[in-house]
Design a protein around this ligand. Sequence first.
Ligand code: ZN
Ligand code: ZN
Length: 306
Amino acid sequence: MVAGVKSLLGHKRPIPAHVAVYAFVIIPFLALLAAVPFAWGWGLAWLDVVLAATFYTVTCLGATVGFHRYFTHGAFKARRWLRIALAVVGSMSVQGPILHWVADHRRHHAFSDKEGDPHSPWLFGTSPLALVRGFWHAHLGWILDRNLTNQERFAPDMLADRDMRIVHRLFGPLTIVTLALPAVLGGLISWSWWGAITAFFWAGLVRVTALHHITWSVNSVCHMIGDRPFAARDRSANFWPLAILSMGESWHNLHHADPTSARHGVLPGQIDISARLIWLFEKAGWAWDVRWPTRERVARLRLQSA
Ligand SMILES: [Zn+2]
Ligand SMILES: [Zn+2]
C-alpha cells in the first residue's frame, strides 16, 4: 500500500461488526438460494409478492435517491424531515451505516478505477483470471475488507450533522426493523403465523439479498460491461438491462461523467425511476435546487467522449 493511500483509510471495523457483515452478506444469500425450492414446494402468496416488491422499491429508492444522489453527491437540497427520512429508509437497504456508505462512495468517485478506489474491478490486471478476481472484489469482496474509509476526509459534512450521526449509530436497530416489519405486516394482514414467516422470508431476507446484488452489480457489472456514450475518466458504463431494478442507477457512465446530476438516464428512452421520485419531491416543494441536466450539458459530455 502506498503512503498516499493510507490517509484514505480511517479506523478498522471492530471484530463483532465484521462478523455481522459476514452474516448479513451470507445469510440472506443462502435464503435466496433456498427460495426457489421453497416456492416450488409451498407456493408463494400474493401478499408476499406485494410486500417484497414494496419493501424492495422503497428501500432501494432510499439508497439511490437518498444515500447516493442526495447525501453523497448533493444533487438536490431537501427539507430536514425529508433528509432524515431518506437517511433512515436508505439505512433499511442494509448496505452499511450511512457515514461508511457516503465516505466509501465519494472515495470511489475520487479515485475511480485507479489505486485508492475501494471497489474497482480493474485493480488486478486485464488477464481473464485478473478480471474474475476484479469482478469478485468490485461486487462483494471489497465489503469484507476491515479497513474503513476515512470519514473525516471524505464525509466531514455528514459527521458535522448530529441527526446523521444518530442515524449512523442506529444502523443495527434499523436492520432489525427492515427484516421484522414485513413479518409483522404479513402476520397481521394474513392473521397467521405462517403469513408472518413467509413474509419475513420473501420481503425480508430474499428482498435484502436481491437489493444487495443489484446494487453491487452497479459497482461490478457497470464498470465492466455496457455502452460508454459520455466522457468519463474511468471504465464506467451504461448497462440497460438493470435500469429498472436499479431504479436508474445502471446509467452509470453518465453518472461518472456528471456525478452531481439528479438524473442518470438522460438519453431518450432511458428510464430513471429515482429521477422521477426527485421530480415528485420537487413538485411537492420538499426538494429544491435540483441539478437537472441541461440539453447543452448532455450534448457537451457526449461530444467530449467522441
Ligand atoms: Zn462507479
Ligand atoms: Zn456516485
